[in-house]
Design a protein around this ligand. Structure first.
Ligand code: PM9
Length: 476
């Protein structure tokens, strides 16, 4: 029997109250936070769509798993459970746990990159590129052009442009390319998937030139779901089979377990090469901890082991992405410019089309994220020029084609009603975009500036001119 609709494959056993605030309170909070949503206190946030990282609700089984934490310094039983899960579902030979994704990126970059190298990848990610640059490499974007166009309906906008990759190889030579960085469900492009055909083609090209592929598997399960939905030949394969096939084309992966794997902290590095794995195990003791815990408690590794098994369940991933698509459909229906097709972990608003009156050097996406918070207490994140930072050689601001606000959906946390309220809040601003005011830096940190930067409005002291805000139904 065909189901006409879907529902979450869980029921709620415990609730965490959230607090609505008044417009006056929110104006004061965002000003105190330097108009950066990262600097808000979470108790001042109503619906928190800052990130899907570490914000998932764990299952009762995962919570029970915490009680099975074996907190031995060395050889914890939970490490071996995690290793079994990673072997079974991702398929790599060696597992090195890390405290989170960037811990794995740090070790991988130090392990493989020499100063003067180049790392081609399907769009940069902030922490990934920062570690590549710290190790002395330059990142080169080889994603397909459609990824930079928020209106393109290409089903696999995360794909590598093979001609761009070939050009990088021809220009720099394989010896200068320690690996190709291949990301699943490309974050900065709007959570856009890579097709299996493309992964296979990248693998074939890299093999011909003796270049490794390192997968960013942070959202590989979500990518597997899109392959099942969209790629011919995969509709009957399980998420588990597709995930393993993705990984089989690559030489290892970094993974932030805080996303797909449904935990609040953790990450890992996987490698197939025995010698590299030995070096990585040697290095992890310097930066993270012994190779059987890598900065994690035993209980965290147990939660990851259980979370990985839950993440590949079809009903879970269908409901997870279904909820993201539900929010996307509500915004699209109202004409709000969003990145299409809607990606795996969030809905990304195109701030350039939303706020045509704000020039790029006044950071429209940063302004919109701050204004949305003032409007309704919904916390989103900038993914545009502030996140892109400065060119490592020239020091100039980078202005990527995409200037986005990310409404990121935590897994198993919010209800459809929260999505409705979010959509209403965005639509209320969309109806009066001229109320949003641009921003300029008052403090710009050196590394990953988007996390801690502070701003002020270019006109007056409010990022959102009040007037209609009280009209929004959710605001009491
Ligand atoms: N992603 C996110 O919100 C959290 C940090 S940036 C605000 O999207 C990819 C594709 C990620 C990612 C983190 C990391 C780093 C690597 N690759 O945050 O260190 O999306 O666990 O992972 C964030 P960690």
């Amino acid at each position: 029997m065909n189901r006409r609709s879907w529902a979450e494959p869980f029921k709620i056993k415990m609730v965490e109250p959230i607090r609505m605030t008044t417009p006056d309170e929110r104006e004061a909070a965002i000003a105190a936070a330097g108009f950066n949503t990262f600097l808000l206190r979470s108790e001042d946030v109503y619906i928190d769509l800052l990130t899907d990282s570490g914000t998932s609700a764990m299952s009762d089984r995962q919570w029970a798993g915490l009680m099975l934490g074996d907190e031995a310094y060395a050889g914890s039983a939970n490490y071996y459970h995690m290793e079994d899960a990673v072997h079974r579902y991702y398929g790599y030979k060696h597992l090195i746990p890390t405290h989170q994704g960037r811990g794995a990126e740090h070790i991988l970059s130090r392990l493989l990159i020499k100063p003067g190298d180049v790392v081609p990848g399907n769009m940069y990610f902030t922490t990934t590129r920062a570690h590549q640059e710290l190790a002395g490499a330059r990142f080169i974007d080889i994603i397909c052009d459609a990824a930079h166009d928020s209106t393109s309906l290409d089903p696999f906008k995360g794909n590598v442009d093979l001609a761009k990759l070939q050009t990088v190889i021809d220009r720099h030579g394989a010896a200068k390319i320690p690996y190709v960085a291949l990301q699943c469900c490309v974050n900065m492009a709007g959570g856009q998937p890579v097709s299996m055909a493309n992964i296979a083609a990248v693998s074939a090209l890299c093999k011909r030139h003796g270049i490794r592929i390192m997968l960013d598997a942070t959202r590989a399960v979500e990518n597997a779901y899109f392959i099942k939905q969209r790629e011919p030949g995969y509709s009957r394969k399980s998420i588990e089979e597709i995930l393993r096939e993705i990984c089989s084309y690559t030489d290892g992966c970094t993974n932030s377990a805080k996303k797909d794997c449904l935990v609040n902290i953790g990450g890992f590095l996987c490698l197939n090469d025995d010698e590299l794995a030995e070096e990585a195990r040697n290095m992890v003791v310097l930066f993270e901890g012994l190779h059987t815990y890598g900065g994690l408690a035993g209980r965290d590794m147990e939660a990851i082991a259980i979370g990985i098994g839950e993440s590949v369940q079809y009903d879970h991933i269908r409901a997870r992405i279904g909820q993201v698509e539900y929010l996307g459909a509500a915004l699209e229906k109202a004409g709000v410019p969003i990145v299409m097709p809607v990606g795996g972990h969030g809905v990304f608003i195109d701030a350039l089309r939303f706020l045509p009156h704000i020039p790029r050097d006044q950071f429209p996406a940063q302004s919109l994220a701050a204004a949305l918070y003032v409007e309704s207490g919904v916390r989103a994140m900038e993914r545009g020029a502030v996140s892109a930072g400065r060119n490592a050689d020239t020091g100039e601001n980078i202005f990527p084609k995409l200037e986005l606000v990310r409404l990121t959906i935590p897994r198993r946390v919010y209800t459809q009603a929260h999505m409705d309220v979010t959509a209403e809040s965005v639509i209320a601003l969309f109806e009066e975009p001229e109320r949003v005011v641009g921003l300029r830096f008052t403090y710009e940190p050196k590394y990953l500036r988007f996390f801690q930067a502070r701003f002020e409005p270019v006109k007056g002291d409010q990022v959102l001119r009040r007037g209609q805000a009280e009209r929004v139904p959710v605001v009491q």
